[in-house]
Ligand binder design. Structure first.
Ligand SMILES: [Mg+2]
Length: 495
């Protein structure tokens, strides 16, 4: 038989790939030459917020408001573990727990306050009936912006229960949410950000160049953000004007169309008209429905997928939308429209580093699983044989010496195998805990739950055509690049 030679082109492709952190990962193939419009969300997509600073700001604002509502002052002086939550968790408002599921909605890990539930507690709470994440009992943590809610919630559960007070976990969660929302609405958070942009926002020096390259290759760009006009103006000016900017006079020159206050995810349903904003500080009552065509340099607001798409003058499958919110930007767009999507995941850098560090351990884990399966097979064989001889002994009132020796041998083998299995399983648990810890001290990898893909990883896989750490990673690819997804294989194809 002749073995196929490796294609020389393949080696060349591998060497021209950007480094892992700079790469765009592909779930569903996408040809950039078939994209006419690229739309961008703003917050956490073009504007990368410093998570620590943002958490501190929103925790402070939220706790102040909780205390005004009568919660004890202890919430103010507490130490909050901002590294506790990750995206993709589920808050169980009934029991006051935070949980992480795999793609089969099987709860792999759960915390009550800051205490991890035992296997048995998890089983009692979640494994005996089907979990319905869409019900009002659960709340998805699907953006980085929502992480501080979980930090405050879990810390408050723990602190309040420690005082011996009875806590209504559902009410507490409703209060935390309301206080955070209120802090956003009354300016406690946004004004602080605008007063010190460099402290809260990372200005990607390669962003302007990336947007320019897209435009040079003939793409038209739009901005579609839930932020309000005045805030958008300040943020975009900071991101795209000033030192290191390209020759564009204004940030607006990058975009053909700017839609603010979009109200995603409900933006993707209904047919709300696109509104024109005359002055950036005008309240929504003064916005007027757009008549006729859009003009470049103007600011628009509200709208819906249907009314915006009508302005784009291309078919929806030729639009790529880039956002960070798995539900509001990516899942909704993919489920209800033909837009293609790219998800921005700031967490990629940490995940990739942990993944690289864990390769040896992961290989060992796979090896241990194989050994365990082999031992289990052997165990069953010896058990069956020992049992058969035991029955023979009982039926015949004794055994010939050779049979008796064989029975004893099988029984000893069973004991020995059980012992080895224990050792293997202990090593597996310890190694897995070490790997998880490398990814995240409380929850392990964002994308995995044990050997399975996590519920969040599953959403990314299903709904985002592309995903990457930052928008500027697009600059490493030719404007007409063909993003190929790795070939999908079903289990029966892997044998
Ligand atoms: Mg966003």
């Amino acid at each position: 038989m002749q073995l196929p030679l490796p294609l020389p082109e393949l080696a060349q492709i591998a060497s021209t790939l950007p480094g892992p952190e700079d790469r765009v990962y592909v779930n569903r193939s996408l040809r950039l030459d078939q994209i006419d419009w690229v739309g961008f969300d703003m917050d956490y997509t073009l504007a990368i917020y410093h998570q620590e600073e943002m958490d501190r700001l929103s925790i402070e604002a939220t706790c102040n408001k909780l205390c005004e509502r009568g919660y004890p002052d202890t919430l103010l002086g507490m130490k909050y573990r901002t590294n506790f939550p990750i995206r993709g968790l589920l808050v169980d408002r009934k029991l006051g727990n935070v949980i992480k599921m795999d793609r089969f909605k099987y709860v792999k890990r759960a915390y009550h306050g800051m205490r991890e539930l035992t296997r048995e507690e998890r089983r009692q709470a979640y494994h005996t009936r089907r979990l319905r994440p869409a019900s009002s009992r659960y709340h998805w943590v699907d953006s980085l912006y929502a992480l501080s809610e979980v930090t405050v919630y879990s810390a408050a559960i723990e602190a309040l229960e420690a005082t011996g007070e009875s806590v209504d976990p559902d009410q507490l969660f409703a209060d935390v949410r309301e206080c955070i929302d209120l802090s956003h609405r009354d300016g406690s958070i946004l004004d602080a950000i605008l007063a010190d942009l460099p402290r809260y926002v990372y200005r990607d020096p390669a962003l302007a160049q990336t947007l320019h390259a897209l435009r040079s290759s003939g793409k038209r760009l739009f901005l579609l953000t839930n932020s309000y006009p005045a805030y958008t103006e300040r943020m975009m000016t900071y991101l795209l004007e000033g030192p290191g900017a390209t020759s564009y006079r204004s940030w607006r020159n990058y975009f053909e169309l700017v839609v603010t206050a979009a109200g995603k995810p409900s933006f993707f349903a209904g047919d709300t008209p696109v509104m024109k904003v005359a002055n950036l500080d005008d309240p929504p009552e003064r916005w007027v429905p757009l008549e006729g065509k859009v003009t470049r340099g103007s600011t628009y607001a509200s709208g819906s997928f249907a009314t915006l798409q009508a302005l784009l003058d291309t078919s929806p499958d030729r639009v790529l939308y880039v956002g960070d919110h798995i539900y509001g930007d990516v899942l909704k767009a993919t489920k209800t429209t033909a837009w293609r999507t790219m998800l921005i995941l700031q967490e990629m850098d940490v995940e990739l580093a942990a993944n690289a560090e864990s390769q040896h351990s992961i290989a060992r884990l796979d090896g241990l699983l194989e050994i365990r399966d082999q031992l289990l097979d052997d165990l069953r064989d010896h058990q069956a044989e020992a049992r058969r001889l035991q029955r023979k002994k009982e039926n015949e009132g004794g055994l010939e010496a050779a049979y008796e020796a064989s029975r004893v041998r099988h029984k000893r083998a069973v004991d020995r195998l059980r012992q080895r299995l224990k050792v293997i399983e202990a090593e597996y648990d310890q190694l897995e805990a070490g790997v998880d810890h490398r990814f995240h001290p409380y929850w392990g990898s964002l994308f995995k739950a044990g050997p399975e893909v996590s519920a969040f990883g599953h959403q990314v896989e299903n709904y985002a055509s592309l995903y990457t750490a930052r928008v500027s990673n697009l600059r490493h690819y030719a404007p007409l690049h063909y993003f190929h997804s790795p070939r999908d294989r079903m289990p029966h194809e892997l044998v």
